[in-house]
Design a protein around this ligand. Structure first.
Ligand SMILES: Cc1cc2nc3c(=O)[nH]c(=O)nc-3n(C[C@H](O)[C@H](O)[C@H](O)COP(=O)(O)O)c2cc1C
Ligand code: SF4
Length: 413
């Protein structure tokens, strides 16, 4: 198995700097400091590394945007909010291999000209915040971060900032607002953070996993990374598999691995020998797949062609006994609760969807109620400030369209 991000999981005391360096840690940073920032950006661009926070934006292209702002103060932010239901990948990287993330951040900062980085970690991960703080202290004491990194004239400092339990604060501009001490509400884009980010300065923001791939790419070269995964989706991916499987957990597999293999081989198949009904393949925001759609490759283009997305790699498996209307209600409640309330279509629309799904579950609606929900989903999308409007409506729409008979049965019976 080609493990890049989980290679140190299970190694005793893997969080410590000594163990990390004894297994080759921080050699990529040393190599990076001997290159120019431009060389590193080229390596990352050639690797085809795509952001693992959900949108899959190419990391190299994002870094390149920063180069025109290098004259200004540049900030690097690591998005460790990990709020997407069904997703639990970043916590493992930070918990078992915090120095991998720190090394990735130091290289990314050097390449983009940032001297100050922040790790914005979800509030619930308080014990991991402590692990990170200890790792930062250790790395700073040995000169891997801080003033004059590894004897160079480059300095880079990292702070840890704890979130307070808002899903929307995972959205990059809401996160920036929150870091600035304000309410975590998304900003209108453009301007994008590369031009106007933290404190109005150019900012590069990446998911934990994205940054943690950087040492491997610098150490082994872009070809080594690309050769692992699928076409247009190189490398490995972390898949957090939960729900009705025998072995729920976090798995690292090459991009492009079939969803069926992940469910039946990695996660040991459906619990209790039951049949599969449906799978949500990329965190709760990803449109659901039926059991006859799981021969899809888990990579960006294949999942898009199947009408869904890789998202955050959170795979939620639902067996034959699952009530899809109940799943839809839970989904609708989550998004109605998490809307930041800034735009009317999202604030009111998600609440109306929640109310209408409640009515269907109570057997009080009609065929019109189903149509009303679908209409609201269409209206909300495209009329909101941030992509929450898409995240909240695509899954509800797909659940209803693919399992409409279950909703109709509730109304009929
Ligand atoms: C509502 C919402 C929630 C998000 N939550 C997260 C999150 O918890 N973690 C994350 O890395 N990205 C999250 N994102 C994506 C970020 O806005 C951003 O695209 C990402 O941090 C960029 O990093 P990447 O290029 O490494 O993927 C969220 C986006 C939206 C719209
Ligand atoms: S779409 Fe929703 S979450 Fe995003 S800014 Fe508007 S109200 Fe807030």
């Amino acid at each position: 198995m080609n493990e890049i991000l989980l290679k140190n999981r299970g190694v005793p005391n893997s969080q410590s700097l000594d163990v990390y360096t004894s297994r080759g840690g921080y050699t990529a940073l040393k190599k990076a400091l001997a290159l120019t920032p431009g060389d590193i950006i080229t390596l990352v661009e050639e690797s085809g590394l795509r952001g693992r926070g959900g949108a899959g934006f190419p990391a190299g292209a994002k870094w390149k945007l920063l180069t025109k702002y290098r004259v200004k103060t540049v900030y690097l932010i690591c998005n460790a909010d990990e709020g997407e239901p069904g997703t639990f990948k970043d916590r493992y990287v930070m918990e078992f291999d915090p120095h991998l993330l720190l090394e990735g951040m130091a290289i990314a900062a050097y390449a983009t000209g940032a001297h100050h980085g922040f790790i914005y970690i979800r509030g619930e991960y308080d014990w991991i915040a402590k692990i990170l703080l200890k790792a930062i202290e250790e790395a700073q004491a040995k000169g891997f971060i801080g003033s004059n990194v590894m004897g160079s004239d480059y300095s880079f400092y990292i702070d840890v900032f704890r979130g307070a339990g808002s899903y929307v604060c995972g959205e990059e501009t809401a996160l920036i607002e929150s870091l600035e001490g304000k309410a975590g509400r998304p900003r209108l884009k453009p301007p994008f953070p590369a031009a106007y980010g933290l404190y109005g300065e150019p900012t590069v923001i990446h998911n934990v996993s994205t940054l943690s791939y950087i040492p491997f790419i610098v150490e082994n070269g872009p070809e080594a990374y690309k050769s692992i995964g699928a076409r247009m989706s190189g490398g490995t991916a972390l898949f957090s598999i939960s729900g009705h499987v025998n072995k729920p957990g976090l798995y690292e597999y090459p991009m492009g691995t079939a969803l069926r293999e992940l469910i039946y081989e990695a996660a040991g198949g459906i619990r209790g020998g039951k049949n599969l009904k449906a799978v949500i393949p990329g965190g709760l925001s990803a449109p659901v797949l039926r059991s006859d759609e799981i021969d899809v490759a888990m990579d960006y283009p294949s999942l898009n062609a199947a009408g869904t997305m890789l998202g955050s790699g959170g795979i939620i498996v639902l067996d034959e006994d699952t009530s899809i209307p109940m799943i839809t209600r839970k989904t609708a409640r989550f998004f109605a609760h998490e809307s930041c309330g800034q735009c009317t279509p999202c604030r009111e629309g998600t609440n109306m969807i929640r109310h209408l799904t409640d009515r269907i579950i109570a057997g009080e609606g009609s065929a019109q109620t189903i149509e009303q929900i679908l209409r609201l989903c269409r209206y909300i999308r495209g009329s909101t400030i941030c992509a929450f409007g898409i995240a909240a409506t695509l899954p509800v729409e797909a659940l209803i369209k693919k399992f409409r008979n279950e909703f109709e049965a509730l109304l009929r019976d």
